[in-house]
Design a protein around this ligand. Structure first.
Ligand SMILES: Nc1ncnc2c1ncn2[C@@H]1O[C@H](COP(=O)(O)OP(=O)(O)O)[C@@H](O)[C@H]1O
Ligand SMILES: CC(=O)N[C@@H](CCC(=O)OP(=O)(O)O)C(=O)O
Length: 259
């Protein structure tokens, strides 16, 4: 299928997204493209955990997920954030459908390391046919990153990882991470284009840290098939150039050698 665009909305920015953002995605659908939204909700999960008197803990940007944390994450992601995004499409001409990775066997995963991370999964399988049926039927899927464990139970998936896995499995043309910064900043300046080797070096030397790590790693892993570039951009509504192209950091496999 042509024209698939996966848009990951970070939890850092979901509350700030403007009506224009949702109208532009609806317009994209009307023009024959197929947007798919994958969302996060890290800050909202943190708030819920604080209310439950549980201290949020992360390892390289991935949340340590005990059974209680998993329950809170599902409640917040599938219940609150997912429905908020779906509702935001109501004033547009598009119809969004909210699902998580457990609906329609959309995302199957296995635990990364039960001892160090708890119920955090890595993606094993995506039900591409189910997604294709949704997008052919004019829906805009809005996906919460909770997956079915291939054995039993559920797993928490980092939303960047889930978005990249969806983009790769469905052979998307574009993957866009919408977040709360203009892109990857190096010494305070926006890096407009980065090759995978440069990204790895920036993680290694600590310039890229925390929540930006799963984003750039997921971007690097998804650069296969039709997908030639991944963009990280700000969701503050000021992220387009005058010609309508997206401002931000573009991650590509390799930079062309120029002499
Ligand atoms: N080099 C970097 N450039 C920009 N942001 C960075 C960098 N390294 C780490 N970050 C952090 O990554 C954050 C974005 O990741 P995260 O908070 O997980 O957002 P989201 O919820 O959108 O996934 C930024 O707000 C910033 O604090
Ligand atoms: C395993 C893991 O880290 N899961 C994430 C899922 C949500 C997410 O990724 O939200 P952001 O996009 O806002 O970071 C979490 O529990 O926070």
């Amino acid at each position: 299928m042509e024209g698939i665009v996966v848009i990951k909305c970070g939890g850092s920015t979901v509350d700030e997204l403007s009506p224009d953002f949702f109208h532009s995605i609806a317009a994209m659908k009307k023009k024959g493209k197929h947007p798919i939204i994958v969302h996060g909700g890290g800050p909202a999960i943190n708030n819920m955990l604080v209310q439950m008197q549980i201290k949020p803990e992360f390892v390289d940007g991935l949340r340590k997920t005990t059974a209680d944390v998993l329950e809170a994450a599902e409640l917040v992601l599938s219940g609150k954030v997912n429905k908020k995004i779906v509702s935001a499409f109501q004033p547009t001409q598009a119809t969004a459908i909210g699902i998580s990775g457990i609906d329609g066997d959309l995302i199957k995963a296995s635990p990364i390391n039960l001892e160090t991370l708890g119920y955090v999964g890595k993606v094993e399988e995506i039900n591409v046919r189910f997604l294709q049926q949704l997008i052919q039927n004019e829906f805009i899927p809005v996906i919460a990153p909770i997956a079915a464990d291939i054995n039993e139970g559920k797993l928490n998936i980092n939303a960047d990882v889930a978005a990249a896995a969806v983009a790769r499995a469905i052979d998307a043309e574009e993957l866009i991470f919408v977040t709360d910064v203009d892109g990857v900043l190096v010494k305070g300046q926006l890096a407009e284009t980065l090759a995978v080797t440069e990204v790895n070096a920036l993680v290694e030397n600590g310039t890229i840290y925390g929540g930006m790590i799963p984003k750039v790693r997921a971007a690097a892993d998804s650069l296969t098939g039709k997908l030639e570039k991944v963009t990280i951009a700000n969701g503050n509504g000021k992220n387009t150039h005058e010609d309508g192209t997206l401002k931000g950091t573009t991650i590509i496999k390799k930079k062309a050698i120029t002499s």
